[in-house]
Structure formats: structure tokens, C-alpha cells
Design a binder for this molecule. Structure first.
Ligand code: G6P
Ligand code: ZN
Length: 543
């Protein structure tokens, strides 16, 4: 074994987006491409002598090859130890959990989350820091600057290690430990939730269906839901991670999780349905013939949090991303705790969690989590819901309907226009920004504009400022339209239009969502000229 220094030249565009560097697999397969990025991460970290790194990914195509390369580079950089998930597998929440439990310096997550996998799909890489969360912008920007200047990287010529076999081995002077991908994570879940109560619920005939979508959460769900909680074999469907996710799009929304939606819509549907995404950090919650929006899910969990052992002491605060509905704010107000509104991107919750200002966090993009780790956590949300269902004896629909009756309903939908021409999307946003100054007080038919702005966020902990985080048009009754461009796509631009209407009167709590939002949908088109700019009369995805 020896360590070699390899000359390289920089690749343009290695700037991490909302959640790491995501590109087509073919881009990552170029000689030196992954190596340049990894060396830039290591250079940014500096001396790693005596330090531990956690490494794993969602099992998508190129995962194993990338794991072997990164192990060889970590050894060359002088890490003392790498904890790598068996088979190269670790869900994003599991990486966060393992970093924290083992006091690691940080971790590398190999995932493009919900983006399609396979040789023609996407690949991604993300660095997480010692608190278990995604690196803040100061770090990702430093990594990017380094990728622009890189001239060489260092790598051991050691042979591939056997990722299937749990246990310890060595590359150069570095210890490599192949760990059980599920164990640390499952242990943490047992501390947070009442497994006995959930076991009893299931033993009493309560039926559930969890869709692993052939992505990373299958093995976790099988071990916990079927193995530890006694759900009958087959309760977890599409449980085996596949390199191309079985050709499906591992994003748990009503469009992509069609199989689960059909199961939950049948007359003999299970009591509870859920799905997670490629890397296991998202969640979708369903009742029998009933969908729960992610924004409502956050609000319901917050309202009943003390029913779960890990949250008995109550919540310190609730944080949501700006485009997420304001349902959770009403719960925070009722509980007398602070509500925080952050830009899109889980990394913005990190400081609030570290500072003990917030306990629960959530995003409209099917992300929910808490201070137990520093990533959003799909299976955690599922277990939280099961804990509430067991503790209350109520159905999913009853819990949500009662929540609306108490707090009012925030009708909510997101309309995505995917694969739009990047220039046109930027022009649409620019023309909206020009209109903002004159919008306040405008009468738009059903609604009068209270204020309109481009959301900017000052982090209450470190004072850092994030600007241009989404154009919002807020009506005098709290209803809103938000426009922003996705930071996670890999092809063209994706315009997201977020629509929210607040309805206090229970008599109007059971309208079809798109119908309830129709006047706002018309206003969004009228104000932004979506069809003109994008050439699209309809969104590609509606959640
Ligand atoms: C990832 C991030 C989330 C974010 C979501 C959508 O899942 O972890 O924090 O909400 O992507 O981001 P986008 O920029 O595509 O709307
Ligand atoms: Zn994800």
C-alpha cells in the first residue's frame, strides 16, 4: 500500500446546492471529478489526525465505487478512523445519528435524495459537520472555492475493502469499521417513542403499510416496524434497496408513491400508510383514504408531542421553512413557545436546534424532524405518528380533523413546473421582484395584499443573513402565494408555487384542496405570468 499524489485540474460548477453537490452519474464518473470534490472537503477540514469520519449512502448506482474511493482518500488524508455502513448503506438520518453518537468530526452522505438513480440518473455527495447536520453555507462555500483552485489530490492505492462484512479492517494507518447500518439508529428511536404501546396497537389488529420505494429506508423499516414492533411480514413493501430504485422516482408524494396511494384508497386499506425517499429523510403520512400534508403533519405532531416519551418535557420552539404552511405557528402560539420561519433547506434549522431554541422542525417538502439528530428523519416521523395513534386510540383522519376544528385549517398545495428553461425561470422571478414594491394594498379580487417581499432571513444565533429566499405575496387574512426556484434540481430550473389559504370555519374544512385554493391559483398566474414565461399551462407535479 502506498499513498500517491495525483495532479488534477478544477471542474467548473462544483458548488453545493440546497443539499450537497448533485449531478448526473455520468458527470461523477469522469476521472478526478469525485476526487476533486472530496479533496476539497478534506482541505477545508484541515488536519484530521485522530479524527473519525462517518461514510455511507442511499445505495444508488455508483454508491459502492464512490465509497471505496473516499475510503482510500480518507486514509491518505490521515483520518484515524472511518465508520462505514454495511454494503455502503446509511440513510441520511442514520449518518447524523452515528456522527453524534460516536463523536465523529463529520460524515459524508452519498445521495441525491429523491432524484432518480441508475446509470442515467443522479448522484450526490454532501458533507455533514460534528453536530450531525449539513455543513453551513460558510463551509460549503469554502469547499466550492477550494474546488476552483485544486491542483492535486492524495489517494492510497489500497485494494477495495469488503463492504458486506461487518467488522474492522485497515487502509494504510486508518481503521475502517464496517458497522450495522440500522443498530445505532434503532437504539435512538427506542429512546424517543413508546415501543410497547405501538407493539400493543399492532398486536390488536392495527394494520400499516410502509413503502420503502426500493430505496434506503427499507432495511430500517423492516428491522424496526416488522422486527421490533411486530408488524406482519409484508407490511413494508418495496423494501430492498436497488441501484435504480426499481426504475421509480423515490420521492414520497402522491404522484410518485402511486402504489401506496392505491393501497390506502382501497376499501380494505390499512389504518396507516407511509413512505420515505431515496435517502430516508423524507416522509409522507397517510390514513385510510386520507392524505396528511407535511405542513399539517408538523402541526399535529407538535400539538401532541408530549404523548411521546422523548418529548414529555414539552417543546422549546417550532421551526418551519418559509414556504411551509403556517399551521405550526398556531400550535406554537397556543403552547406559548416561539415559532421560527427559516429559508428552505434543512441546514437552516441547525443553529436553532443547537442553541436549544427549537425542538421540532418541518418543511412542506415532506421533511419533519427534531433535535434528536440534525437531519430530517422519515422513519422518526412514522414512529411519532404511530406513537400518537397508539396513545390516543384515534384514526389518522380523526386526529387531523380534530386539529383543524381546534386551530383552523391551512389549505395548502405546491405546484411545480419542472425542467423549465433556466433563463425564462430567472426572468419570471426578476419580473416578480420588480412588482413587489407596489403590491401592498392591491385588491386582487378575493384577496387584498397585506405585504409582498423577497424573503430574507437573519439567523437569530449567528446573525448570518440569507437573501432572495423566495418571493411571497401575503394577503390581509394570512393567505399566501410564494414563488421560488428549486435549489435541488439537476435539469433546467424548477419553479415552485406554494399556495396557502387559512380557513377558520369548520363548516369549510372538507373542500377538495385545489378547489379551496382556486382563487389563489388564478392570482398566481395573473401576477407571475407563469404560462407566458414557461410555456406551461399546468404544473408537472402538484402536491
Ligand atoms: C431537500 C432539502 C430540503 C428542501 C428540499 C426542497 O430535501 O433537504 O431542506 O426543502 O430539498 O428543496 P428545493 O430547493 O428543491 O425546493
Ligand atoms: Zn432525502
Amino acid at each position: 500500500m502506498s499513498i500517491n499524489t495525483v495532479s488534477t485540474t478544477s471542474f467548473p460548477g462544483q458548488r453545493p446546492g440546497t443539499s450537497g453537490l448533485r449531478k448526473k452519474v455520468s458527470v461523477f464518473q469522469q476521472a478526478h471529478y469525485l476526487e476533486n470534490f472530496v479533496q476539497s472537503v478534506f482541505d477545508t477540514l484541515g488536519d484530521c489526525a485522530g479524527k473519525t469520519l462517518v461514510l455511507g449512502g442511499d445505495g444508488r448506482f455508483h454508491n459502492r465505487a464512490a465509497v471505496q474511493t473516499i475510503l482510500r482518500m480518507a486514509a491518505a488524508h490521515g483520518f484515524a478512523k472511518v465508520l462505514v455502513g454495511q454494503g455502503g448503506i446509511l440513510s441520511t438520518p442514520a449518518v447524523s445519528c452515528v456522527i453524534r453518537k460516536h463523536g465523529a468530526l463529520g460524515g459524508i452522505v452519498l445521495s441525491a435524495s429523491h432524484n432518480p438513480g441508475g446509470p442515467d440518473g443522479d448522484f450526490g455527495i454532501k458533507y455533514n459537520i460534528a453536530n450531525g447536520g449539513p455543513a453551513p453555507e460558510s463551509v460549503t462555500e469554502a469547499i466550492y472555492q477550494r474546488t476552483e483552485a485544486i491542483t492535486q489530490y492524495r489517494i492510497s492505492d489500497a485494494a477495495d475493502i469488503d463492504l458486506q462484512k461487518a467488522g474492522a479492517t485497515r487502509i494504510e494507518a486508518m481503521d475502517v469499521e464496517v458497522i450495522d447500518s440500522v443498530a445505532d439508529y434503532a437504539e435512538l428511536m427506542q429512546k424517543l417513542f413508546d415501543f410497547d404501546a405501538i407493539r400493543k396497537l399492532i398486536a390488536g389488529g392495527f394494520r400499516l403499510c410502509f413503502d420503502g420505494m426500493h430505496a434506503v429506508s427499507g432495511p430500517y423499516a423492516k428491522a424496526i416496524l416488522e422486527g421490533q414492533l411486530g408488524a406482519p411480514a409484508g407490511s413494508v413493501i418495496n423494501a430492498v434497496p436497488l441501484e435504480d430504485f426499481g426504475g421509480h422516482h423515490p420521492d414520497p408524494n402522491p404522484v410518485n408513491a402511486a402504489q401506496l396511494i392505491a393501497i390506502m384508497a382501497a376499501d380494505d386499506a390499512p389504518d396507516f400508510g407511509a413512505a420515505s425517499d431515496g435517502d430516508g429523510d423524507r416522509n409522507m403520512i397517510l390514513g385510510r383514504k386520507f392524505d396528511v400534508t407535511p405542513s399539517d403533519s408538523l402541526a399535529v405532531l407538535a400539538a401532541h408531542a408530549t404523548l411521546a416519551p422523548g418529548y414529555r418535557a414539552g417543546l422549546k420552539g417550532i421551526a418551519r421553512s418559509m414556504p411551509t404552511s403556517q399551521a405550526a405557528d398556531r400550535v406554537a402560539q397556543a403552547l406559548g413557545i416561539p415559532a421560527f420561519e427559516t429559508p428552505t433547506g434543512w441546514k437552516f434549522f441547525g443553529n436553532l436546534l443547537d442553541a436549544g431554541k427549537a425542538t421540532l422542525c418541518g418543511e412542506e417538502s415532506y421533511g419533519t424532524g427534531s433535535d434528536h439528530i440534525r437531519e430530517k428523519d422519515g422513519l422518526w416521523a412514522v414512529l411519532f405518528w404511530l406513537n400518537l395513534l397508539a396513545a390516543t386510540g384515534k384514526s389518522v383522519e380523526a386526529l387531523v380533523s380534530e386539529h383543524w376544528a381546534r386551530f383552523g385549517r391551512n389549505y395548502y398545495s405546491r405546484h411545480d413546473y419542472e425542467g423549465v428553461d433556466t433563463h425564462a425561470a430567472n426572468e419570471l422571478m426578476a419580473s416578480l421582484r420588480i412588482k413587489l414594491a407596489t403590491m401592498a394594498g392591491q385588491d386582487l379580487g378575493h384577496y387584498v395584499v397585506d405585504f409582498a417581499d423577497d424573503f430574507s432571513y437573519t439567523d437569530p444565533v449567528d446573525g448570518s443573513v440569507a437573501q432572495q429566499q423566495g418571493v411571497r405575496i401575503v394577503m390581509t387574512n394570512g393567505s399566501r402565494i410564494v414563488f421560488r426556484l428549486s435549489g435541488t434540481g439537476t435539469e433546467g430550473a424548477t419553479l415552485r408555487v406554494y399556495l396557502e389559504r387559512y380557513e377558520a370555519d369548520p363548516e369549510f374544512h372538507h373542500l377538495p384542496t385545489q378547489q379551496a385554493l382556486y382563487p389563489l391559483i388564478l392570482i398566481a398566474e395573473q401576477v407571475a405570468g407563469i404560462a407566458d414565461w414557461t410555456g406551461r399551462a399546468h404544473p408537472t407535479v402538484t402536491t
